[in-house]
Design a protein around this ligand. Sequence first.
Ligand code: SF4
Length: 502
Amino acid sequence: FAVQAPDTRRWCFADQLGGHFLDAPDQPVLLVGSRAVFRRRRFHRQKAHLLLSALRHRAAELGDQAVFLQTDTYGEALDRVTEPLSVCAPTTWPARDFVLRRPGVAVLEARGFVTRQADFRRWAEGRSRQRLLMDDFYRVARRVHDVLMDGAEPVGGAWNTDHDNREPPPADGRSPAPAPWLPAEDEIDEQVRADLDAWEAAGDVAFVGDDGPRLFPVTAAEAEERVRDFLAHRLGAFGPHEDAMLADEPWLAHSMLSAPLNLGLVDPRELVHRAEQAYRDSVAAGDPLPLNSVEGFVRQVMGWRDWIWHLYWHLGRDYRHGNALDAQQEVPAWLADLDAEAVDANCLSHVLADVRERGWVHHIPRLMVLGNYGLQRGIRPLALTDWFHRVFVDGYDWVMVANVVGMSQHADGGALATKPYAAGGAYIDRMSDYCGGCRYDPRKRVGEDACPFTAGYWAFLDRNRERLADNRRMRQPLAGLGRLRDLEAVVEQEQSRGTDPL
Ligand code: SF4
């Protein structure tokens, strides 16, 4: 990475909007709004709104300190700039290639994560892909950044408290946390909405998903409100039901900080230290926050998020093309259109409706309903990655490649996850309240009311039995498959369902 003169104008991408992307609060800034980005792909309407609104709010906030160019392409904007620029390394392969090719642009080390790329490289050196374990990396990061540590040992004696964070939903069907802080829209949002309407009406762009009140922060001040609200009122309840799903409680106790983190509005280094401070203050006050909630949250931010970021670069440009399970189905139209009404399966229908309404569901509906569906039905991993990227407000290429190709679709042959995240209806039934209102029965695998996730699970195993035969963790499920008397009927039924709406 380059070295730059301290007063060089800093070019900030739309996901580098916080003060921590500048070297001094008064550093001159370049912001670019490119319309071509939205024309090329069909994004969720609320994602387009969030990105544009955040960029325009930042430009308004900086006033004369920023040059704000709204052009069709980045190239057009850059051609208008004659002074030298510096930029923190952007977050995708194509954007990095682009900035490195531009003359007069000093490319600096990436920011916006707890750990540095050079540190990850050193840690990963000499390790095989199978040994790049999140837990190992997270321990090192905790030690180096001194987060939730008592000397050389983790606070409470355990590095990972995940076993306490897998409880089913609360029996009363209510969220364990109070309602989250939500932002209020302003005149910039109004203008963004009018512009998006006009672009859509002109046939220039096409979106998917509902327009709706903006639910995620677009300024550092709004992000701060959400952080404060979460740390003060919701953090304590975060852990135990982190994996649970409730039809009428989409937020549960989740922080909803992924979008502002990924826009660069929150500095994750500061965030993890503040979560720790909240914990230590609560202990000192004699009313300790549950450690499993605090550690679980810290792990999401500096463990999982950083790890996924580093893997994006470490695994290389071609990683996205992995298709170890030879999944060849296209994303069906009803899924691409978020057409929840086309689907009878209650879990899938609810999750799709939530995505359509908000551009967000938490990690378990993503992994265990949407990802599980794609895995069972054999949807092309790259197409599914692209879909996740476009319809989630917090989705970026660096976020989705390892999460979808590796974690969710097992398309890397097991480099990231030791076994495929395929599950039948029993898992969804245990972890949600979806099955009670469903026309399918999670216990049935054949017949009119056979749960498509239960039957789909066995059909998936049958289709991949040879590919998974050497996986130690799949021995038991494959042995179960061998005992199924009705397997032929299950497979036939699921082949005829295919990727039709369930
Ligand atoms: Fe989903 Fe099956 Fe449960 Fe219906 S029965 S909600 S399809 S898991």
